[in-house]
Design a binder for this molecule. Structure first.
Ligand SMILES: C[S@@+](CC[C@H](N)C(=O)[O-])C[C@H]1O[C@@H](n2cnc3c(N)ncnc32)[C@H](O)[C@@H]1O
Length: 203
């Protein structure tokens, strides 16, 4: 009972904060907390936000990169336009979506890939968890295709089978990988953010 009370208070707190500060989703605070700890997004950066709807992470990213930076958001769902954010409606697992991103950035590389993607929750944990790993693998593939040397990756995944395999794959391509559970994540949630710091392109 006490646990539930605490959880509801926390949910309510971030919900109210988001309303007050003009963020479209409470999840904005998860990225803000990750940023506070690792400082992975910088002014002037180009950011690719995978699973961007309704737009909370894109808003946070845009505030950080400023006018000289660029934010590209992608989602299956449409979003209400956000000033100065390029949005692609599409499935990140489609090659067509990747082509659209290539067109948008030209020869430029991306500084940070952020992914807060979640599969449609079926209620079958093993299935949902496997899908979240699969989405994260796609995010890693985007990082491998588009990140500049020393760029960063943030990727949400549900804990469970293959988590360690996925982490090891990320570890191979980044100098460091950290598991982060932001305070804004619900206590009952099994989500973890894998933060890959300083990308190592193929030599
Ligand atoms: C938790 S929400 C993201 C919230 C967002 N970070 C924010 O702050 O507003 C997860 C999103 O992942 C998207 N998603 C899941 N699978 C996807 C896919 N294959 N391609 C694109 N987006 C996907 C969903 O449509 C959903 O909008």
């Amino acid at each position: 009972m006490a646990k539930r009370w605490y959880r509801d208070r926390k949910k309510e707190f971030y919900y109210k904060q988001a309303k007050k500060q003009g963020y479209r989703a409470r999840s904005a605070y998860k990225l803000l907390q990750i940023q506070q700890r690792y400082n992975i997004l910088k002014r002037g950066d180009t950011i690719l936000d995978l699973g961007a709807a309704p737009g909370g992470w894109s808003q946070v990213a845009k505030e950080i990169v400023g006018e000289e930076g660029k934010v590209i958001g992608v989602d299956l769902l449409p979003i209400k336009p956000i000033k100065n954010i390029h949005f692609i409606e599409g499935d990140i697992t489609d090659t067509e979506t990747m082509e659209k991103i290539k067109e948008l950035i030209g020869k430029k590389k991306i500084d940070v890939v952020i992914s807060d993607m979640s599969p449609n929750i079926s209620g079958n944990y093993s299935l949902d968890q496997a899908r979240s790993v699969w989405l994260c693998e796609h995010a890693l593939n985007y990082a491998e295709n588009f990140l500049k040397e020393k760029g960063n990756l943030v990727c949400k995944v549900f804990e469970g089978e293959d988590f360690n395999n996925l982490r090891a794959k990320i570890k191979k391509r980044f100098h460091k990988v950290e598991n982060v559970i932001p305070k804004a994540s619900r206590k009952t949630s099994s989500e973890v953010y894998l933060v890959g710091i300083s990308f190592k392109p193929d030599s």
